[in-house]
Design a protein around this ligand. Structure first.
Ligand code: ZN
Length: 181
């Protein structure tokens, strides 16, 4: 089994900016722990970030301006910033796989299991999980490393991930202790 940690949309606009959400702020410490442990164990860390154009369908039809490419809002929050050796993949809508280089990157790294983290459980995490499932990757979700606007969205999102994609829901500590075994 070869894993990679996927960190989805932990960007200023989603945490403290245009689409901010206090629940997203709450997972920053556990994500930091997960990311640092992954780097120590040479588990690839891949950031999958919205980098929108103003004309993107998702911007125009649904959410308004957020995470516009090149703005501070589209940067990863300071506490979780990528460092040398991490990977950053830009996306234009919910799924980290849709029209991006994520799949070839995972293949190049020999990854067969994705550990999903970030936001939102029922939107970008869910769509990224769907595309991972369609492509044959095994899916682990860091259940204290994902969040959503509401508790209901979050809980229903987790249930769906388990139900539809056979995702394993694990705490960050459980994931990290697996690496040490
Ligand atoms: Zn977006």
């Amino acid at each position: 089994m070869k894993e990679a940690v996927i960190v989805i949309d932990m960007l200023n606009d989603f945490v403290t900016g245009a689409l901010r959400c206090e629940r997203a702020q709450r997972i920053v410490p556990s994500l930091r722990k997960l990311i640092e442990a992954a780097r120590e164990r040479n588990v690839p860390v891949i950031y999958v970030n919205d980098a929108h154009h103003e004309v993107d369908f998702e911007v125009v039809r649904r959410w308004g301006k957020h995470a516009l490419k090149g703005t501070i809002g589209a940067q990863v929050v300071p506490e979780l910033k990528p460092i040398e050796g991490d990977y950053v993949v830009e996306k234009r809508t919910y799924s980290g796989f849709f029209e991006t280089g994520l799949d070839p990157l995972l293949r190049s790294l020999g990854v067969d299991t994705v550990i999903l983290s970030g936001i939102h459980t029922h939107v970008c995490v869910k769509h990224t999980a769907a595309d991972a499932f369609f492509r044959g990757y095994k899916i682990v979700v860091a259940k204290d490393g994902v969040e959503a606007f509401t508790q209901k969205d979050h809980e229903e999102g987790l249930k769906y991930l388990e139900y539809a994609y056979g995702a394993e829901l694990k705490d960050v500590d459980e994931i990290i202790s697996g690496w040490k075994g």
